[in-house]
Ligand binder design. Structure first.
Ligand code: SAM
Length: 215
């Protein structure tokens, strides 16, 4: 998700260190202090404009959430939405970083669940290593999740979904749930992302899986 260049975005992000954590390496092993509680921590890699992670945080105040996004021009919309909320979103923080550095920011077992939603498909084979479900990323997620930690993944992209089923199975993970059409009888707990709304409105099926690392 690329947005129009927003020259003011960097300043707005820098002006809200209470939400967009400026030094995540310094918080490694100490995220419970950042949130001021010992609630479980769920993160989303590639959070985009934040609709999902903000919705999850508001729906589940007893869980802490962190949204990770690469681009200022995109994550700034998530920040603006948080700032618009009357009482803020106390159980949510944002990180403007690359998910490939995730193990620099979290200790093993510090993250209880990882969400990947509508990750960039990188269709060319030579770019497979950039897919967020490539083996090299699974290794990083394993380094921050506990034993039997889970990844929950949604996409509209059938080829990425098939690739991810293979990559995750070959890594030795257990596929706990697989849906080939999430919106056919959509579960009441589902919170839509921006991309999910866009693609489901066009009538495209949404694929979803829950996968668990081995113990
Ligand atoms: N999750 C959102 C949704 O479902 O609406 C956004 C989906 S968009 C297709 C993918 C997002 O992932 C983009 O905003 C992109 O900048 C971000 N992204 C891709 N690779 C990333 C990485 N390595 N680290 C952090 N963010 C990444």
């Amino acid at each position: 998700m690329r947005s129009r260049f927003k020259p003011w975005a960097a300043d707005l992000l820098d002006n809200h260190p209470e939400i967009v954590i400026p030094d995540p390496e310094q918080q490694k092993g100490k995220w419970n202090e950042v949130f001021g509680n010992n609630q479980p921590l769920h993160i989303e890699a590639g959070t985009g404009k934040g609709r999902f992670i903000i919705g999850m945080a508001k729906a589940n105040p007893d869980i802490n959430y962190i949204g990770i996004e690469l681009f200022d021009s995109v994550i700034v919309t998530a920040l603006e939405t948080v700032l618009e909320q009357e009482n803020g979103v106390p159980n949510l923080r944002l990180l403007k970083v690359n998910a490939k550095k995730i193990a620099d920011y979290f200790e093993k077992g510090e993250v209880d669940r990882l969400y990947l939603n509508f990750s960039d498909p990188w269709p060319k084979t030579r770019h497979a290593k950039r897919r967020l479900t490539h083996e090299s990323f699974l290794k990083l997620y394993e380094a921050v999740l506990p034993k039997k930690g889970e990844i929950h993944f949604k996409t509209d992209n059938r080829k990425l979904f098939e690739y991810s089923l293979t990559s995750i199975s070959e890594y030795g993970m257990l596929l706990k749930e697989v849906s080939l059409d999430l919106h056919d009888n959509e579960p009441e707990w589902n919170i839509m992302t921006e991309y999910e709304e866009k693609f489901s409105k066009k009538g495209q099926p949404i694929y979803r899986m829950e996968a668990q690392f081995s113990g």
